[in-house]
Design a protein around this ligand. Structure first.
Ligand code: SAH
Length: 233
């Protein structure tokens, strides 16, 4: 009996040591990712950097990609979808100018990673995902990680989420050839919308739309490559 107890305690100790070793290894990789991919490429916003240092990206990718989670690349998350490249997540976050009291709408929850990065900074993130399995997985993952300020909904985000509008920030992480009008309508005064605009399955341009005195001012930014914005029937 005593032997079993000692073995049991030792086993738990061993497992938790291995786990924390893994976690500290991932934290090290995350730091390197932030230094080499984020800061070295011009991201300066301290809150964005802090969030990128904190969110455990390796827990947002499928198990078979866990050791590639901090590489400078998008990765598959199933259902023909991808988690964006870390730099793009940081770049879009910085462009959004997130701060404590802001309300965000994200279209394209995917893994939930971009939502988590934003949720580290803002008040609430509403996020819509069209593929039910991904929405469910992201919701479970975000709950497990303790994010209480992210609300996930399954559906077509083209029409936004009127109930909680207006939004200070709208971020679309899938591409289409125009900015959906319902999203512009749901943007608050001085609100910022960021999304890739352009042809499907080819290079698109990241567009920033800011609402000033009810009018939309657009700025064309970097070339990017996102999966297409799907539409429900
Ligand atoms: N932001 C995600 C990556 C997005 S990939 C992350 O951090 O992991 C784009 C996602 O948009 C995919 O999961 C795709 O299923 C979803 N999507 C595509 N069209 C959509 C639509 N009309 N409404 C909501 N989600 C959509």
């Amino acid at each position: 009996m005593r032997f079993l107890l000692v073995t049991g305690v030792f086993f738990i100790f061993f497992v938790s040591c291995t786990f924390s070793q893994d976690e500290s290894k991932f934290a090290e990789l995350r730091k390197e990712m932030v230094n080499k991919q984020i800061i070295a490429n011009g991201i300066r916003n301290p809150q964005t950097i802090k969030a990128m240092l904190k969110v455990p990206r390796h827990l947002f990718v499928p198990k078979e990609y866990i050791h590639r989670a901090y590489e400078d690349t998008p990765l598959p998350i199933g259902y023909n979808q991808t988690i964006s490249q870390p730099f793009i997540v940081a770049y879009m976050t910085e462009l959004a100018r997130p701060s404590k009291n802001k309300k965000v709408l994200e279209i394209g929850t995917g893994s939930g990673y971009q939502a988590a990065v934003l949720a580290e900074i803002v008040d609430t993130v509403y996020t819509i995902e069209i593929i039910p399995e991904l929405a469910r997985e992201a919701e479970d993952r975000l709950k497990r990680l303790g994010y209480k300020n992210i609300i996930v909904k399954t559906g077509d985000g083209y029409n936004g989420w009127k109930e909680h509008a207006p939004y200070d920030i709208i971020m679309v992480t899938a591409a289409t050839d125009h900015i959906p009008q319902p999203l512009l309508d749901q943007l608050a005064e001085n609100g910022r919308l960021i999304m890739p605009v352009g042809p499907q399955w080819s290079a698109q341009r990241l567009v920033l739309a800011v609402k000033k005195n009810g009018k939309i001012e657009r700025t064309q930014l970097a070339m990017v490559r996102f999966v297409p914005l799907l539409r429900s029937q």
